[in-house]
Design a protein around this ligand. Sequence first.
Ligand code: NAP
Ligand code: GLV
Length: 307
Amino acid sequence: MNILYKSEPERGRIWAELLAERAPEAHFRQWPDDGDPAEVEYLVAWQPPEDLRPYTSLKVLFSVGAGAEQFDYAALPPDLPVVRMIEPGLTQGMVEYVTFAVLGLHREMPRYFRQQREKQWLEHSSLPAARRRIGVMGVGTLGEAVLQPLLALGFDCAGWSRTPKQIAGVTSFVGTEQLNAFLARSDILICLLPLTTATEGILNADLFSQLPPGASLVQVGRGKQLNHQHLLDALESGQLAAAVVDVTSPEPLPGDHPFWHHPAIWLTPHIASQAQPESALTALLENIRRFERGEPMHGLIERERGY
Ligand code: NAP
Ligand code: GLV
């Protein structure tokens, strides 16, 4: 098994050590040391090398992340399988981040932190979780996982996806025709959609106007889904109360961007979740085994639908 890793070098070093322990028969190289490119079978990358022609034995392209929209599909061989990362460490990171964000918004922490800065000792009545309506856009691997602790905490949960879901305790809304109804009952909206032509720019003024007044946003999908000016306008008008934003376009934001110091925005530098080398390697090896046995791999991208 010949693997070429092309991503963050320090993580690559960890992958190399783990692989040597777990699959000593595997040949692992880290970009730019690709040895003989004609021997590379599996490429694990955030971005592949520009010219893939020398990689004549390439069998699968694995994304190091949960997203795989960063690839230029027109430049990839049309029949090359592309696989996104599904692994428990990455899922757990997202569960932690979204639970933190929802609890922070539910308990109005942006407001209380503002009061702290202004030395105001002021209490406001709080809402029980059962009366806080959570809406998760994208009920895939991550969306379904983040719903579990929110349900356990007693929130009123719904999800929106392209195809219907049956998750105990979660109301399923489907497709553009049910988007309005889903938004109308989302006090805290969480975006966990992949970036596709259908989801680019989806978090915009029109969508915000359909949320209950004073709703909040957790944006953990991809930067290009959010219109920054529309978010600022919605916060200014009070249509939105607060936002937790982990992904932006561009990344990083320029130094003079208003998100940096906006009192109602919590901004993090795309850290909601990351693949964890130990569990990610287990997932990779399992997928390579599945591929070599002719079984379907987990996380295979369907190019026509864009995710
Ligand atoms: P996934 O399993 O492919 O789930 C995607 C979900 O989105 C599915 O439920 C899908 O519906 C739904 N969807 C896609 N297009 C839609 C549309 N046009 N209308 C309605 N629903 C639509 O992906 P995942 O593994 O959960 O990851 C989701 C995304 O999270 C990634 O693509 C990435 O952008 C983001 N992410 C961010 C971070 C971070 O650190 N901020 C980390 C990891 C991932 P169906 O189920 O009906 O197909
Ligand atoms: C991070 O954003 C990922 O796609 O894993």
